[in-house]
Write a protein that binds this ligand. Structure first.
Ligand code: MG
Length: 415
């Protein structure tokens, strides 16, 4: 895959320091935004420590979620060595390509990832914030959340506990797609439609990044603002059919399912009886273990096929399938549950995920995704605009001193 990326960060017009950090690692196509919190130098140290640990972990071969867990450990151990840094933490939202046609987004906290496709902005990540959780549970409307005095409280961050839950999203991408990572200093100052407009009109990633930061400052700049803009220039061609998909012919020889038959071998010269016996014994020595392996593999595939679930579409309705998309060796997926959610009501991003059957795993995973989809249909019908929200510094509740983003004041919500 090929990318063009740019970033911009600014301390804003109210804060006296910049506790955000970002990463643009063109070599590995690894991009990230972190928003630190904590007194003194804490926030700044936390976000930079996390971003550097993420980069080092990915460079040493870690998968994205492992790398984010290592960033968590790095922030914790950095804080443990310095009393001034006690209680510091940070958000982290990172993106890296996987498989040549997809992006993996790893996410903890209330920084965000967005996807701009054909001029339309879709939010990829869910905020780990108190108000967003209340919105997801149906206890607040998005409008109430925008004006909520506790909207700055986050419920997940790096540097708080030994273990951190990392949300991981897989995005199928196409050339022309644009990914935005940003800290909340952007999204609390700008409406999503303004972000969308700027991302659509500024063609150069650097111009887009600068324009977003300028616009957030023009709207008040009440927090540090950081954005990373990543343009997908090229994706890899589709992978060839899986050559490990073997069928077995009548004589137990493996042969590839859809490939042309090899030319028949010339008839072997006549051989002695002893030589034929040796051949039979040799063939059995190969054949018996091969059949055993195939039998065991078929059993494992069958178990796998029947024990996994995925979310897909049937007659324009979101349904949970039991099995594997496309089926495996005769084990075809069956409808386990219908959800009553219309595919057409979903935002484009979620619709893509349903139509490509990209959510696979346990029944619990499928259930969780469906719950999310149910939320997505309702949240899209309620416009997420913030036109009625007070925008002056005096009436807005987000100031440095009242922002309760430390371990001690953070409410411990059940996950
Ligand atoms: Mg912030």
């Amino acid at each position: 895959m090929k990318f063009a990326a740019a970033a911009a960060t600014d301390q804003g017009r109210v804060r006296t320091n910049n506790e955000d950090a970002f990463l643009v690692d063109d070599k590995r196509a690894l991009f990230a935004v972190a928003d630190g919190m904590g007194g003194h130098r804490g926030g700044e140290v936390a976000s930079h420590t996390a971003v550097e640990a993420l980069r080092a972990a990915v460079a040493s071969g870690s998968a994205l979620n492992d790398a984010i867990e290592r960033a968590n450990t790095a922030v914790l151990s950095r804080a443990a060595g310095d009393e001034e840094l006690t209680g510091m933490g940070t958000t982290l939202t990172a993106v890296i390509p996987i498989g040549g046609r997809q992006l993996l987004v790893g996410h903890v906290g209330d920084s965000r990832a967005y996807l701009l496709r054909e001029g339309t902005l879709q939010r990829v990540t869910d905020d780990h914030s108190l108000v967003e959780e209340l919105v997801r549970e149906g206890r607040l409307t998005p409008e109430q959340a925008d004006a909520h005095p506790q909207r700055a409280i986050i419920t997940r961050a790096l540097g708080i506990d030994d273990e951190v839950d990392v949300d991981v999203y897989t995005l199928d991408v196409e050339p022309g797609d644009r990914v935005l990572l940003c800290s909340d200093g952007l999204t609390t100052m700008l409406r999503e439609r303004d972000v969308e407009r700027l991302l659509r009109t500024e063609r150069e990633p650097q111009h887009a990044a600068d324009a977003l930061v300028d616009a957030a400052n023009a709207s008040g700049g009440e927090d540090n603002i950081t954005v990373v803009v990543v343009d997908v220039l090229e994706v890899d061609p589709p992978a060839p059919p899986d050559p490990t998909a073997l069928l077995v012919d009548g004589e137990g020889r493996p042969e590839e399912a859809a490939s042309p038959q090899p030319a028949p071998e010339p008839p072997a010269p006549a051989r002695s009886k002893r030589s034929r016996l040796r051949t039979v014994r040799g063939a059995l020595l190969v054949l018996v273990p091969l059949l055993l392996i195939i039998g065991v593999a078929a059993g494992i595939l069958g178990w796998y096929a029947r024990s996994s679930y995925f979310v897909g579409a049937d007659n324009n309705e979101v349904v949970i399938f039991k099995g594997v998309p496309g089926g495996v060796l005769g084990w075809n997926p069956t409808i386990d549950r219908r959800t009553g959610i219309r595919v057409a009501d979903l935002p484009q991003l979620e619709r893509d995920r349903v139509e490509t059957n990209s959510t696979r795993g346990s029944l619990a995973t499928a259930d969780a995704f469906v719950t999310r989809l149910a939320g997505a249909t309702t949240t899209t019908t309620v416009p997420r605009t913030t036109t009625t929200r007070p925008r002056t510094a005096t009436t807005r509740p987000r100031t440095t001193t009242t922002r309760p983003r430390t371990t001690t004041t953070r409410p411990r919500l059940a996950p």
